[in-house]
Design a protein around this ligand. Structure first.
Ligand SMILES: CC(C)(COP(=O)(O)OP(=O)(O)OC[C@H]1O[C@@H](n2cnc3c(N)ncnc32)[C@H](O)[C@@H]1OP(=O)(O)O)[C@@H](O)C(=O)NCCC(=O)NCCS
Length: 161
């Protein structure tokens, strides 16, 4: 398994993969819309023998500044529980930190994302359109994080989900 940044040539395979991971097309559409609105900052894929078996997108939040939203993360149903999701999330967080983003926010199962340093209590003080119990933050720059505006505004494409 190989993890790398996605290219435009991966897009059709990425859509198929996301749809099979979620069993529906909404999340693939979210990624299409995020790209269209130029809100995607990074897309990662995991490949096995040139097949795309995993994908992850990081998009720029409107608020707070210099922060990213992680969504969605997808691993092909036949390849789940083999460490692919973990490899994608670790690679994505490492590059985001290197590129000096302040934090990455995620909406999802706190038990799963907690393994990667996402902490519900760090996101708790932020006004959010989504439930606080499923919103977590991985802080990459603690100094900058302390002075962020305490409000989460997601890219427009999220409203369609
Ligand atoms: C959630 C998902 C991305 C995880 O990817 P994966 O490659 O199967 O996960 P990994 O093999 O890296 O698992 C990492 C750890 O999380 C655990 N885990 C995996 N899926 C889990 C889940 N749905 N809930 C809780 N824990 C989970 C694994 O047991 C493993 O724990 P361990 O390190 O203690 O053994 C994948 O199952 C998926 O695509 N699901 C459908 C789409 C989805 O729900 N995406 C997440 C919401 S955006």
């Amino acid at each position: 398994m190989y993890v790398r940044l996605a290219t435009a040539r991966d897009r059709r395979k990425i859509s198929d993969l996301i749809a099979s991971a979620f069993g529906q097309h909404g999340e693939a559409l979210l990624v299409d819309n995020l790209r269209e609105q130029e809100d995607v900052v990074y897309e990662w894929v995991a490949t096995v023998l040139d097949e795309v078996v995993g994908h992850l997108a990081l998009s720029r939040l409107v608020e707070p500044v210099n922060c990213l939203a992680l969504a969605p993360v997808s691993v092909h149903p036949f390849r789940q529980r083999q460490g692919i999701g973990s490899a994608l999330i670790h690679a994505a967080l490492e590059l985001a930190e290197e590129d000096e983003w302040t934090a990455v926010f995620v909406l999802g199962d706190p038990k799963y994302y907690g393994k990667f340093g996402f902490d519900v209590s760090q996101a708790g003080g932020f006004d959010s359109p989504y439930p606080h119990e499923f919103t977590a933050a991985a802080v990459l720059d603690a100094g900058a994080f302390a002075s962020l505006k305490r409000e989460l505004v997601y890219p427009a494409a999220f409203a369609g989900v």
